[in-house]
Design a protein around this ligand. Structure first.
Ligand code: PLP
Length: 400
C-alpha cells in the first residue's frame, strides 16, 4: 500500500507471534493445542514484587518519571552490575526502558545510518535484524550451526567485520538455542574485537539468570574490561523475574550513547511505566531465592525435553547451557512425507504439519535465520511438555 512507508516495507511482523496466534485460533476452534512457542516463564511474578507495585500505587507513584528511569532504580541497576558482573557504572550511564526490547531499539535508532552494518550471529532472536532494518541499517547474519554448538567462532567474527560494521550483537544464553558462551569462548571473540576499535558491542544478557549445571555467566565488558568504552550491556527483569508484562528493561554504557537513547525515548514513549519501575526496583533489591528455584525447575524441564526429543526419529537435540529453549536439528526429516500427506520440504512445512496433525505449536527455524530446525520453549508444565514431546515422537515416527 502506497500509504505505508518504505521503512516499514523492509520489516516483517514477528513470526513467533504468528505461531502463537495460529495456535490460539485452533484452540478457539476446539482443538487440543499445546503451545511451545511462547517466550515467557509460565509462572507468576513473585509476591514481594507485586506488593511493591501495590505500595507504589497506594503512595501515588502514578505520574511521569524521569524519561529513562527513576534514580532509585538506576542506583539499584548500578549495584546489580557491580555485584553480579563486576561492572562499574554510574547512574548517568544507565537507561531504563519499556522492556529490554525498547532499550535495544533505542540504541539502534540512536546510532545507525544507512549503510551501517550490524553483525548478528544466526540463529538469532527474531527482532534483531528487523530492528536494524527499521533503524535504516544493514543486518549481517553470520551462520552458527550445530557443529559449533550454535556459537560464533573468532574466525567467523573476524571474517564478518568490515569498515562499515557498527555493532556486533552478542546474546548469551541465546534465544532461540539456549547456547551459552564460556569465559574462554567469549574471550576468543573479545580478542578479535580489540583489533577492530570501530566495532561496538551490543550485549543482550536477558537470560543471564537462566543457566544450568553451574554454568558461569559472563558478559563482554567483564571478560575484556577495555571494551567497556564501546559496549552497551543490556538486561531486564522480564525473563528472570517472570515480569514480561510489566515491561521493564535496562542497559548501561557510555554516557553519550545513553543520552542519545534518552532523546529517542523522550520523543516516543517517555518514561517506562512508573509502577513497573518500583516493581523492578523490588525485583533487583529484594530476596533473590526465586532465581535458584527457577533455575532448578527449568533445568529439570530442559533435561526432560532434550531426552524425549533425542528419542524421536530424525531429530538431534543439543543440550543447551541456558534460557528456556532448545533448537533441535531436523535435517533427517527433510524430504519425507507426514502421515497427513504433507511433504516436509523445509522446517516451516514441518512446523505447520506438526501443528495441524498433532496440535503441537513450535516455531520453525527459518524465522531465526538457521534451518532446518525448530524452537521449543519449555516454559510450560512438565505434563504439557511430556505430552507434546510424545506427540512429536509419534509425528516423526509417521514420517516416511
Ligand atoms: N532479548 C532477547 C534475547 C529476548 O528473547 C527477549 C524477549 O523475548 C528480549 C530481549 C526482550 O525482552 P523484553 O520482554 O524485556 O522486552
Amino acid at each position: 500500500m502506497a500509504f505505508i512507508s518504505d521503512r516499514l516495507g523492509r520489516v516483517k511482523p514477528s513470526p513467533t507471534i504468528a505461531v502463537t496466534t495460529r495456535a490460539a485460533e485452533l484452540k478457539a476452534a476446539g482443538r487440543d493445542v499445546i503451545g511451545l512457542g511462547a517466550g515467557e516463564p509460565d509462572f507468576d511474578t513473585p509476591e514481594n514484587i507485586k506488593d511493591a507495585a501495590r505500595r507504589a500505587i497506594a503512595a501515588g507513584k502514578t505520574k511521569y518519571t524521569a524519561v529513562d528511569g527513576i534514580p532509585e532504580l538506576k542506583a539499584a541497576i548500578c549495584d546489580k552490575f557491580a555485584r553480579e558482573n563486576g561492572l562499574q557504572y554510574e547512574p548517568a550511564q544507565v537507561s531504563v526502558g519499556t522492556g529490554g526490547k525498547q532499550t535495544l531499539y533505542n540504541a539502534l535508532m540512536a546510532t545507525l545510518d544507512p549503510g551501517d552494518e550490524v553483525i548478528i550471529p544466526a540463529p538469532y532472536w527474531v527482532s534483531y535484524p528487523d530492528m536494524v532494518l527499521l533503524a535504516g541499517g544493514t543486518p549481517v547474519p553470520v551462520a552458527c550451526g550445530i557443529e559449533t554448538g550454535f556459537k560464533l567462532t573468532p574466525e567467523r567474527l573476524e571474517a564478518a567485520i568490515t569498515p562499515k560494521t557498527k555493532w556486533f550483537v552478542f546474546n548469551s544464553p541465546s534465544n532461540p538455542t539456549g547456547a551459552g558462551y564460556s569465559r574462554a569462548e567469549l574471550a576468543a571473540l573479545t580478542e578479535v574485537l580489540l583489533r577492530h576499535p570501530h566495532v561496538w558491542v551490543l550485549s543482550d544478557d536477558m537470560y543471564e539468570h537462566l543457566t544450568f549445571d553451574g554454568f558461569e555467566f559472563v558478559t563482554p565488558a567483564q571478560v575484556e574490561p577495555a571494551l567497556i568504552e564501546r559496549t552497551l550491556t543490556c538486561n531486564g527483569v522480564s525473563k528472570a523475574y517472570a515480569m514480561t508484562g510489566w515491561r521493564i528493561g535496562y542497559a548501561a554504557g557510555p554516557v553519550a550513547l545513553i543520552r542519545a537513547m534518552r532523546t529517542i525515548q523522550s520523543q516516543s514513549t517517555s518514561n517506562p511505566c512508573s509502577v513497573s519501575q518500583y516493581a523492578a526496583l523490588e525485583a533487583l533489591t529484594g530476596p533473590q531465592d526465586f532465581l535458584a528455584r527457577n533455575r532448578a525447575l527449568f533445568q529439570r524441564r530442559r533435561d526432560l525435553v532434550v531426552a524425549m526429543l533425542n528419542a524421536a526419529e530424525g531429530i538431534t537435540c543439543p543440550r543447551p547451557e541456558g534460557a528456556f529453549y532448545v533448537y533441535p536439528d531436523i535435517s533427517a526429516c527433510i524430504g519425507k512425507t507426514s502421515r497427513g500427506g504433507t511433504r516436509i520440504v523445509d522446517d516451516a512445512a514441518f512446523a505447520t504439519a506438526l501443528l495441524d496433525e498433532t496440535g503441537v505449536a513450535v516455531v520453525f527455524g527459518a524465522a531465526f535465520g538457521l534451518s532446518p530446525n525448530f524452537r521449543v520453549s519449555y516454559a510450560t508444565s512438565d505434563a504439557a511438555l511430556e505430552e507434546a514431546c510424545r506427540r512429536i515422537q509419534d509425528f516423526c515416527a509417521g514420517l516416511h
